[in-house]
Write a protein that binds this ligand. Structure first.
Ligand SMILES: [Zn+2]
Ligand SMILES: [Zn+2]
Ligand SMILES: [Zn+2]
Ligand SMILES: [Zn+2]
Length: 173
């Protein structure tokens, strides 16, 4: 949705002023903004979320569910972070997520995929074949790998990850 700016005098003929869709008052400013097929005071066209002015000519505004939103808030509220690597469902952008090496997870999905152990801050976890494993299951697997004659796939990385640094939030404020 693009915003255009027009001299108010040219709209509606001689002296007739447009009503602002925001405050419902007549627009007597020299310029008014046109967006969403309505007219606005420069000060009235603002983001419903962060109150930033959207009246920059040529800037883009977004509408959803009767909200006027700036691009940042729109993406925060209605964009998506990606798809959970555990359950493959979409993760809304406003949700807290776990990020590990380019993968994102719902917080509730971030658990050992072998025994469903949930991790706490400071716990060690391992990524093995793109699966999250707790320390115990990882060692189990390593033992199996080293005792069997077939060699473990080279994608099993030995270094552990600490959950502390991996917790991140996609919530901006
Ligand atoms: Zn107004
Ligand atoms: Zn905003
Ligand atoms: Zn999930
Ligand atoms: Zn486990």
């Amino acid at each position: 949705m693009q915003i255009s700016q027009e001299p108010s005098a040219s709209i509606g003929g001689d002296g007739e002023r447009q009503e602002c869709a925001g405050c419902k008052k007549k627009i007597t400013d020299r310029y008014l903004l046109k967006a969403l097929e309505q007219f606005w005071h420069e000060d009235c066209l603002k983001c419903s979320c962060c109150d930033c002015r959207l009246g920059e000519v040529g800037s883009t505004l977004f509408t959803k569910a009767n909200l006027l939103l700036c691009r940042r808030d729109y993406l925060r509220l209605f964009g998506s972070t990606g798809y959970c690597s555990a359950c493959s469902k979409m993760i809304p952008a406003f949700e807290m997520v776990m990020r590990v090496k380019g993968n994102v997870y719902h917080l509730e999905c971030f658990a050992c995929q072998q025994c469903n152990h949930r991790f706490c801050v400071g716990d060690r976890f391992y990524m093995c074949d793109n699966k999250i494993l707790c320390e115990y299951d990882y060692e189990e697997r390593m033992v199996k790998c080293s005792s069997s004659s077939s060699s473990c796939s080279s994608s099993c990385p030995p270094p552990f990850n600490s959950i502390h640094s991996a917790v991140s939030s996609s919530v901006l404020r």
